[in-house]
Design a protein around this ligand. Sequence first.
Ligand code: V47
Length: 428
Amino acid sequence: MSVIQAPDIDSTRPAPTEPTSPDAALGRIGEKIDDGVRLSIEDGLALAESPDIWGVCALADRVRRRMHGDLAYFNINRHLNYSNVCALSCAFCDFYRKRGEDGAYEYSIDEIRTEAVKAVESGATEMHIVGGLHPYLPFSYYTDMLSAIRAAAPRLHIKAFTAVEIVHLAKLAKQFKGADRKAGIRWVLEQLREAGLGSLPGGGAEVFDDRVHDEAFKGKIRSDVWLDVHRVAHELGLNTNATILYGHIESVQDRLVHMDMLRTAQDEALERLGYSRDGDDAVTLNRSDAKLPTPDLNDRGGYFQTIIPLPFFPDGSALEHLPGPSGLENLRTLAIARLMLDNFPHVKAFWIMQTLQMSQLQLLAGADDIDGTVVWYDITKVGGASTHQETTVWDLERSIREAGFRPVERDTLYRRVTRDGASWTLDG
Ligand code: V47
């Protein structure tokens, strides 16, 4: 069998020069970016409405190259969706099932342990674990799950449970009390960290707007509670990610407000880590001399690492009549996220939802990370894919090189990994 080699691209070549945009608004926004001034919601609207989509992508690329040069990250990971049984019935979701319904499942602790061992044997550095809000599993199921993985696979980083699940667990453990909900959240996160939790994924944020919340995911926690979970995680030194689910019933303004709320929460986290606020009261990281936050030797951090724009998949959901976002919208939304979220170190193009082809384009429009090998993924299935959605390191690296960047394997906390087969070490 002949193997097609990836083209030999000189990844040290300079970024393409940007032609002057026909859209005057982009020139003005470019100046703000170069002066390190935070973009306003109005700037975001101008980016969303600009007739010059390539100009928008070029601005995002300028910022991305300042922050990461020609590096683009991927990781070797496994996703595990431990159960799809969920007490909620969100209109946008095709993942959830009711207990006893066809297709409903839950993993036993033994099965989870087996998956963790398999992950380690195939070289994974991370296990990403999320599920529905299971109405019957006890709190101990979650701590047992983490302890079992920790015992069987001590070096596997466990990134688990969305903010929505954390609140569900606090309620299960009777720790979620309205007046001081942060205390209950803290208690849960401390128990989970003790059992092996390494960081929180970015899911469950959807869109921070009450109208959208009530129409598309009523019953889920609202933005203030989602942000509280991440705030408490940061206070405890845990790193977290953030998502935005776009292309359903939200407006462009809603997306921008969502991004603004995230960057305000990140200002607080970075200030706690010793960063100072600029003239406009913001902590920005998008200058070429800005030092990106890193975890300490004990893996303690306490900030948002990455924003992951997730395109809505209508198929099978109660919002199936909607078309979902177009390719150009995927490109532009990610570019806008790079520009608005000036204090987020990373922007991830999650290839499972974007496709690997679109992720390549997004690397040229602000993304610096395309996530990992994944293997099993149950929440969305592009074009009727099965839950087996896997790509190889070879494909990830080839996709990155073809886009003109240098692939870097990272761990969950964005440290460089040096690898020899299934064994690996962290640089530095
Ligand atoms: O929270 C659910 C979304 C999210 C649909 O932190 C849907 O590194 C599109 O958060 N169409 C889970 N999206 C995935 C997630 C994630 C993925 C990759 C990396 C990371 C990270 C986090 O998936 C849910 C929800 O927002 N989702 N249904 C749908 N029909």
